[in-house]
Design a protein around this ligand. Structure first.
Ligand SMILES: Cc1ncc(COP(=O)(O)O)c(C=O)c1O
Length: 384
C-alpha cells in the first residue's frame, strides 16, 4: 500500500531528524560479559544478565536437558495442554524466594504486567503510578480502563495527597511502581509505600525486574536492609538476573488463582517453553545458594560511582545523564571505539532532554576494566 509505506517512511525520517531512530545491530553475546559486534569484541555494560547466569554451565545444562526431554515449545496455553510440571516447581521456588504463598509464571515480564493489572482493576477504579515506571506497567495501567494518575518520582507526599483526594471515589486502588528503576537504578521507597497503601486500603504492586537476584540478598527490592516491605503484588522477570526468559507474579493464593482465570496474557497465550522453566529453577538454586555472588553486581557499581564521585549506586544500574540525544549517541560511539559496549538510551525510554548512558554492572566485570572505564568516562564523556 503506497499510503502505508509513505506513512512509515515519513515517521522514520522524523525519528532520524531528532536522532531518535533505533536500529537493530547484530550482536553476539559470547559469555556473560563479552559481545561481538562487527569485527569488534566489546565488554558489555548494556546487558541485564547481572549474575551472568544465562551462560552458567548449570543453567545451560538444565535448559538443554529440558529440550532433549520435553521438546522446544510448550505447545498450548497452560490452561489447555501447556502446563508442564516444571511450572509448578518454578512457581513454588519463586514464591519461596519472595516470601509469598503462591506465584504465577507468564510468557514475559511485559506480558505479566499487561495481564495482571487489567485482571484486578477496571473501569471506575484508580491506578496511581510512578511517573518513571516502566513502559509495560504503564501499558497495563492504561489497558485496565481505570483512571490513571501518575505521581512524582518516589514522592511519598504526592502519593498521599492523591490518595487523600481520590481514594474515596473509587472502589479499588492500585499503586504501581518499579522496585529498582530501570533507567535510573534508584529504589522505590517500598516500605513507606506499603504503609501508605495499607492505610488507604490500596494494593501495592512492584515491578522487580531489576531487583530480583541482585538486591535484598537476591530476594529483591522488598527485602532491602533486612526488612520486608508490605507489597501485595511482587512482579518480576526471569529474563534479567535469572538469565532465562519469562515473567512472574508472587502474591497470595486467591490472587494467583484469580489471575490464572482472568489475566488475558496468561489465559490466551502459549505457555513458556519448558526449557526456560528448567533454566530458571537452576538459576534460582544458584541465587539462593550463593548470596555472596548475588551481591557482586551492586558492589561493582558502587566501586564505579565511588571512582567518579557520582551518587552512590544502590543497584547494579548506573545512569550517566548526557542530556541531548545526539550527544548521548556520540558518547556511546566513543566508548565503543575504546572497547566498551554502552548503549545510549534516548526518549521516549527516558524523558526529553535526559538521554543517557545506562551502565549495568554484572558479577563478572573485571575490576581493572571498570577502572579503565571510569578513567575514560572522566576524561572523555561530557556529563550533564
Ligand atoms: C522494569 C521492567 N519491567 C518489565 C520489563 C519487561 O520484562 P521482559 O523483558 O521479561 O518482558 C523490563 C525489561 O525489559 C523492565 O525493565
Amino acid at each position: 500500500m503506497q499510503s502505508l509505506d509513505a506513512f512509515a517512511a515519513g515517521k522514520l525520517d522524523e525519528l532520524e531528524r531528532k536522532h531518535l531512530r533505533r536500529r537493530l545491530i547484530e550482536t553476539t553475546r559470547v559469555d556473560g560479559i563479552w559481545a561481538i559486534r562487527g569485527a569488534r569484541r566489546l565488554l558489555s555494560f548494556s546487558c541485564n544478565d547481572y549474575l551472568n547466569l544465562s551462560h552458567h554451565p548449570a543453567v545451560k545444562a538444565a535448559a538443554r536437558a529440558a529440550i532433549d526431554r520435553y521438546g522446544a515449545g510448550a505447545g498450548a496455553s497452560r490452561l489447555v495442554t501447556g502446563n508442564h510440571p516444571l511450572f509448578a516447581e518454578l512457581e513454588t521456588r519463586l514464591a519461596r524466594l519472595k516470601g509469598t504463598d503462591a506465584a504465577c509464571v507468564f510468557g514475559s515480564g511485559y506480558l505479566a504486567n499487561l495481564g495482571i493489572i487489567p485482571a484486578l482493576i477496571g473501569a471506575g477504579d484508580l491506578v496511581l503510578i510512578d511517573e518513571l515506571a516502566h513502559a509495560c506497567l504503564w501499558a497495563g495501567a492504561r489497558m485496565s480502563r481505570a483512571k490513571v494518575h501518575s505521581f512524582r518520582h518516589n514522592d511519598l507526599q504526592h502519593v498521599e495527597a492523591l490518595l487523600a483526594e481520590h481514594r474515596p471515589h473509587h472502589a479499588r486502588v492500585l499503586i504501581a511502581t518499579d522496585g529498582v528503576f530501570s533507567m535510573d537504578g534508584d529504589l522505590a521507597p517500598l516500605t513507606s509505600l506499603g504503609v501508605l497503601a495499607s492505610g488507604y486500603d490500596a494494593w501495592l504492586m512492584s515491578d522487580d525486574a531489576h531487583g530480583t537476584g541482585v538486591v535484598g540478598h537476591g530476594r529483591g527490592s522488598s527485602f532491602i536492609n533486612g526488612t520486608r516491605a508490605d507489597v501485595a503484588l511482587q512482579m518480576g522477570t526471569l529474563s534479567k538476573a535469572i538469565g532465562a526468559y519469562g515473567g512472574f507474579l508472587c502474591a497470595s493464593k486467591p490472587v494467583i488463582e484469580l489471575l490464572r482465570n482472568r489475566a488475558r496474557t496468561f489465559v490466551y497465550s502459549t505457555g513458556l517453553p519448558p526449557a526456560m522453566a528448567a533454566a530458571s529453577i537452576a538459576a534460582i538454586d544458584l541465587i539462593e545458594r550463593e548470596p555472596q555472588h548475588a551481591a557482586l553486581p551492586l558492589a561493582k557499581a558502587q566501586n564505579f560511582t565511588r571512582m567518579l564521585g557520582l551518587p552512590g549506586a544502590v543497584s547494579p544500574i548506573v545512569p550517566i545523564v548526557i542530556g541531548d540525544a545526539a550527544a548521548a549517541l556520540r558518547a556511546s560511539q566513543l566508548l565503543e571505539e575504546e572497547g566498551f559496549l554502552v548503549v545510549a538510551i534516548r526518549p521516549p525510554t527516558v524523558p526529553e532532554g535526559a538521554a543517557r548512558l545506562r551502565l549495568a554492572f554484572t558479577a563478572a566485570h573485571p575490576d581493572a576494566e571498570i577502572e579503565r572505564l571510569a578513567d575514560f568516562v572522566r576524561r572523555r564523556i561530557p556529563v550533564q
